[in-house]
Design a protein. Structure first.
Length: 139
């Protein structure tokens, strides 16, 4: 038995192999590959395989660590994020709404972040309009 570590070459090989499969088999392989996401994220509850297939082709996986930022306050909301594993809290900077001098905060160099919303495995957030016109099987 050979132990192969996934690298860019083997990922490219997998993609190449998927492309040469008959369409029905390719769709089944992709559905199995994406089942961990579609079975864990509430957005996909009750949706059809076809809907999931259409959506999954546009997804990009991100691994986010503590102290990482997905986006910053003021960025336009043009994506939707699915939380497959773990949890995090979205923070909002309210220093513009406070008397910064009274609190000893320099609004040019410091922020006053407070929890805005928390997300756990299976949740999603962002701009659902990012998908454009969703297929009718999304309820």
């Amino acid at each position: 038995m050979e132990n192969r570590i996934l690298d860019n070459d083997s990922l490219e090989e997998q993609e190449r192999l998927l492309q040469i499969l008959p369409r029905a088999l390719k769709q089944e392989v992709e559905a199995l590959k994406n089942k961990s996401i579609t079975s864990q994220v509430h957005f996909f509850s009750g949706t059809s395989k076809e809907f999931n297939r259409q959506v999954m082709q546009y997804l990009t996986a991100y691994k986010v660590y503590k102290q990482d930022s997905l986006f910053s306050q003021g960025d336009s909301a043009d994506e939707i994020y699915f939380v497959q594993q773990g949890s995090f809290t979205l923070l909002i900077d309210i220093s513009d709404y406070l008397n910064a001098e009274e609190l000893g905060i320099d609004p040019k160099t410091e922020s006053f972040n407070v929890p805005f919303n928390s997300y756990a495995s299976g949740s999603y957030f962002g701009d659902e309009d990012s998908f454009g016109e969703l297929p009718p099987s999304h309820g």
